[in-house]
Design a protein around this ligand. Structure first.
Ligand code: AMP
Length: 280
C-alpha cells in the first residue's frame, strides 16, 4: 500500500493512474476503522483498478469541540487494516494541508439540511461539503464510496456532486452491523459495557417500527409510538426519530410503496451520540 502524507504526492500518483487508464475508487473516512469502513474498501476493489482511502478527522464538520477532541485516532492500526484489506493507497493529510487558510465560502443544502442532523449539528454539512469537495478534487476518483449509515450525508453529497457537476459516480454501501444489530461506528468504542447493550435497542426499535408500517399502521402512529417509548426510556435520550423519503429526507405522512422510505434515529446513550437508519 502506498502512503500519501501530502497533497503533491497524492495528486501526482492519481494523475499517473488516470493517464494509465486505471479506474480509481475512493473511500473517505475519519479513521478508527471497523468492518463498516472495510465494506467500502471491498466494494471499491470489486469495481475499480485502484482503491484509495483517506483518513482525516475534519474539524469543520464538528460542532462540538469535545466530540472532536474525543474522536478516536488510531492511524497505525488503521494502516494495518487497510493493507490487509487490499487497499492500494492511503491519504492522511494534516489540518494545515487541508485548510492552509480557513475556508471563506460556505455550503448550504436547503431542505436537505433543514432536517435531522442538520438541525442538531449546526454547520455540520457545510464542513462535510467542504472536505468532500476538496478530497474529490485532490483524488479525482472514478467512483466514490459512502455508507448508508450516514444517509443524510449521502443525500447532501449527491446534491453537491450534481449541482457542481463533479465527474464521479457515487456508490452507497449498506450498513454493517454488530451481531446484536448495533450499527458499527467509531464512536461505539466509547460506550461502557452497559451502554453498549442499551445501544442495540435503537436498531430493535427501528425494526419494530418497520414491521408496524409494513403491517399497515399509519406513519403518524408509528412515529408517536417510537417517540413515546424512547421518551420514557431511562438510558436512551432520543434526539429525533423521523420517517422520511430516503432521497429528499422530508417527512412523509403516508407510506407509498413506489417511493423509498427510511426510518432515521439519533439518540444519546451513555454520553455517546449515535445515529442509525433503516429502509422500509
Ligand atoms: P466515518 O469515518 O465515520 O466518517 O465514516 C466513513 C464512511 O464509512 C462514511 O461514508 C460512513 O457512512 C461509512 N460507514 C461508517 N459506518 C458504517 C457502517 N456501519 N456500515 C457501512 N458504512 C459505514
Amino acid at each position: 500500500m502506498e502512503f500519501y502524507a501530502d497533497v503533491a504526492s497524492l495528486q501526482s500518483a492519481m494523475a499517473d493512474h488516470r493517464r494509465a487508464g486505471r479506474s480509481i475508487g475512493f473511500c473517505p473516512t475519519m479513521g478508527a476503522l471497523h468492518q463498516g469502513h472495510l465494506s467500502l474498501i471491498e466494494a471499491s476493489r470489486k469495481e475499480n483498478d485502484i482503491t484509495i482511502c483517506s483518513i482525516y478527522v475534519n474539524p469543520t464538520q464538528f460542532n462540538d469541540p469535545e466530540d472532536l477532541q474525543k474522536y478516536p485516532r488510531e492511524l497505525d492500526r488503521d494502516r494495518d487494516m487497510l493493507a490487509e484489506a487490499g487497499c492500494d493507497g492511503l491519504f492522511f493529510p494534516s489540518d494545515e494541508m487541508m485548510y492552509p487558510k480557513p475556508a471563506v465560502m460556505a455550503m448550504q443544502f436547503g431542505p436537505l439540511e433543514n432536517v435531522m442532523e442538520g438541525v442538531h449539528r449546526a454547520g455540520h454539512f457545510n464542513g462535510v461539503g467542504l472536505v468532500v469537495a476538496k478530497l474529490l478534487h485532490l483524488v479525482g476518483p472514478t467512483r466514490a464510496y459512502f455508507g448508508q449509515k450516514d444517509l443524510q450525508q449521502f443525500a447532501v453529497i449527491r446534491q453537491m456532486v450534481e449541482d457542481l457537476m463533479f465527474p464521479v459516480d457515487l456508490v452507497c454501501v449498506p450498513i454493517v452491523r454488530e451481531s446484536d444489530g448495533l450499527a458499527m461506528s467509531s464512536r461505539n468504542a466509547r460506550l461502557s459495557p452497559v451502554a453498549r447493550k442499551t445501544a442495540a435497542q435503537l436498531y430493535a426499535f427501528l425494526q419494530e417500527a418497520r414491521e408496524q408500517l409494513l403491517q399497515g399502521r399509519s406513519v403518524m402512529s408509528v412515529g408517536q409510538w417510537v417517540r413515546a417509548q424512547l421518551g420514557e426510556h431511562r438510558d436512551i435520550n432520543l434526539e429525533y426519530f423521523e420517517i422520511v423519503h430516503s432521497h429528499t429526507l422530508q417527512s412523509i405522512s403516508k407510506m407509498n410503496s413506489s417511493e423509498p422510505t427510511s426510518l432515521c434515529i439519533a439518540a444519546w446513550v451513555g454520553g455517546v451520540r449515535l445515529i442509525d437508519n433503516l429502509t422500509v
